[in-house]
Design a protein around this ligand. Structure first.
Ligand SMILES: C[S@@+](CC[C@H](N)C(=O)[O-])C[C@H]1O[C@@H](n2cnc3c(N)ncnc32)[C@H](O)[C@@H]1O
Length: 276
């Protein structure tokens, strides 16, 4: 059986990502440059290590976006299906998989009502998506349904806003200037992720923290990186007249992380792993 479909109108982030320009920009801004590549690779390695061994196993990537994690796991030998509510993100994913010379099946769908038979996959992953879904427990229940008994469901999330200054400071500054606070950090506590797994029907699960770290030569360099990064887009979306002041505010806060080795920015991710 498959789950009842969720109304398209309920997709908080579907509308955000249902835009070809957004889909292109997301991919370019999230994963370009040495830092973007390093971050993507680190996150993929974390997921892969929790799911190992991968070769020959069937994996579903929920909220696959531009397919970066799906492609990375397929390159490690997994047979991957990527599902996303945004056709525009999937179009970029298809193109990227082709460019990478990797076979991934991409298909549109809703995380809350995955249209796959029970016990279809050896493992399910969801990278930086669960916190954006309207009902994370319902989405986890759906993921649990489609994984085989003994299979794992692994989700990667940002920890609390104050533990992720690079991602958090621009959004907080923009929020104080009247922008809504995106849902990026809403599951940023271990107990909230545990609740979601419990309410998603898992009796076996664990939530781990993964420390991340970025270093820039100065806060000015960190601001320059943010100005070209998806995580700085909250400031770029403010009225033009506010940009300069807002970026100064960001820089001032980042200065608090400057030390003898430059601007050292800690970060923390949560990885939740449930076993069916
Ligand atoms: C922040 S992006 C993460 C993409 C990808 N997992 C990554 O790590 O690069 C979140 C993705 O979730 C998708 N999404 C949002 N709501 C969804 C839903 N209800 N069902 C399926 N996908 C959804 C969005 O379209 C977007 O592509």
């Amino acid at each position: 059986m498959t789950d009842a479909p969720h109304s398209r109108a309920d997709h908080y982030s579907y509308s955000v990502y249902a835009d070809p320009a957004m889909a292109e920009a997301f991919d370019a801004l999230r994963f370009s440059g040495p830092i973007g590549r390093l971050i993507a690779t680190t996150q993929e390695e974390v997921i892969a290590s929790f799911l190992a061994p991968l070769a020959g196993r069937t994996v579903l990537d929920v909220g696959t976006g531009t397919g970066r994690a799906a492609i990375a796991l397929a390159a490690r030998g997994a047979r991957v299906t990527g599902v996303d509510a945004s056709a525009e993100m999937l179009a970029v994913a298809e193109r990227r998989a082709k460019e990478a010379g990797v076979g991934v099946t991409f298909t549109p769908g809703d995380a809350h009502g995955l249209a796959f038979s029970d016990r279809s996959f050896d493992a399910v992953i969801c990278r930086l998506g669960l916190m954006l879904f309207n009902d994370p427990a319902k989405a986890l229940r759906s993921m649990r349904r489609v994984v085989k008994p003994g299979g794992k469901v692994a989700v990667l999330l940002f920890s609390a806003v104050e533990k992720n200054p690079y991602e958090g400071i621009p959004r907080t500054v923009a929020h104080r200037r009247g922008r809504h606070m995106p849902r990026v950090f809403v599951l940023g506590e271990q107990r909230l992720v545990e609740d979601a797994f419990r309410n998603g029907g898992f009796s076996k699960f664990s939530v781990h923290t993964v420390a991340t770290h970025r270093r820039f030569s100065s806060s000015t360099e960190a601001v320059k990186a943010l100005q070209d990064d998806f995580h700085g887009s909250a400031i770029n979306e403010l009225p033009n007249s506010e940009h300069e002041d807002a970026w100064q505010e960001v820089e001032q806060q980042l200065r608090g992380f400057e030390g003898p080795n430059g601007c050292e920015l800690p970060g923390e991710l949560l990885i939740g792993v449930g076993t069916k």
